[in-house]
Design a protein around this ligand. Structure first.
Ligand code: DON
Length: 304
């Protein structure tokens, strides 16, 4: 039988020795304050035991991982109508790349790059009177945990310095692909990115994606088809211009954030979250990717 605790312990102790931990994202000033030595892993085996190592119970900024939650909300509200405003193709470009959006007439390549997530945020603003409260409610429900909040300093830090995201949102607006004012959409988008969660909370919140849309408390959050489609988007687009490399090395659908978190999952089997704030040159956690490659190799668990 596979000893998951032993696998996680050995990956953790091996990678703790690693000197190169990547670079912290400092383009968001508040994120530059994070301790680069933090490292945690949490495994939720959906119908079996759970395992945590290192800083698995410390909160961090989930950043782009939040794009999966807003996508799930918008997709379950709007159904396939959503795809008129955002495509589902890998972009092969960095998460904040601007030029492709102009070439493709304001239709973002997919909902996990910034432009696509900003369109998804706009959909939620058009749907709810108080989208920030609705998102918080949704994520707390998925994680089965009320101890999840926005970090308003991180959101304000991005509102003050997020020039590329303002450029993206203005371009979307010029192509009539934003219904709401740019400032309102970005205020929501920066808040969603500022959500703070632990590796344990993230693994739990991703439960429905690994369990055909049914969350931990057995409520149906998504249809099985919606869960399948979101997993497909994570596999092809979850790591931007490193999506191919992640599929090649790790072999799981997943999503990264510049706070250093990565969530990956094997449908009907497990969700695993890693957190190490140092990033590689593509903006994905350096140790997180190494840890996940080692995990799927040691446990022989991947979608391929
Ligand atoms: O919009 C941004 O630039 C950040 N709030 C989120 C970017 C991010 O997490 C990209 N992920 N690897």
């Amino acid at each position: 039988m596979t000893d998951y605790q032993e696998i996680l312990d050995s990956i953790y102790s091996e990678l703790l020795q690693q000197e190169d931990k990547g670079e912290i994202a400092d383009y968001i000033p508040e994120l530059a304050k994070v301790d680069p030595t933090k490292f945690g892993i949490y495994l939720n085996r959906i119908h079996e035991d759970n395992y945590g190592v290192g800083d698995a119970y410390t909160k961090f900024s989930i950043q782009s991982i939040s794009k999966v939650f807003t996508l799930a909300m918008a997709f379950s509200n709007q159904g396939n109508k959503l795809w008129n405003r955002v495509d589902v193709e890998p972009s092969g470009n960095p998460f904040n790349y601007l030029a492709l959006l102009e070439q493709e007439n304001g239709i973002p390549r997919n909902p996990l790059i910034n432009s696509g997530a900003i369109v998804v945020a706009d959909c939620l603003l058009s749907t709810y009177d108080n989208p920030k409260a609705e998102l918080l409610k949704f994520v707390r429900e998925l994680a089965n945990d009320d101890n999840i909040d926005y970090n308003v300093e991180v959101a304000a830090s991005e509102m003050a310095t997020g020039y590329t995201n303002f450029a993206i949102a203005n371009l979307l607006k010029s192509f009539n692909n934003l219904e709401n004012p740019v400032e309102d959409v970005l205020d929501f988008y920066f808040h969603q990115c500022s959500l703070e969660m632990t590796c344990e909370q993230l693994s739990n919140a991703f439960f429905p994606f690994a369990n055909k849309g049914v969350c931990m408390q057995q409520n149906t959050c998504l249809t099985p088809t919606q869960a399948k489609r979101i997993n497909a988007i994570m596999l092809t687009c979850g790591f931007y211009d490193e999506a191919g490399e992640f599929a090649f090395e790790v072999g799981l659908p997943g999503k990264s954030g510049v706070g250093g978190g990565i969530v990956a999952l094997l449908p009907d089997n497990f969700i695993i979250t890693t957190w190490s704030p140092g990033l590689n040159e593509k903006g994905n956690s350096y140790l997180g990717m190494l840890a996940l490659e080692k995990f799927t190799t040691a446990s022989k668990a991947s979608i391929f």
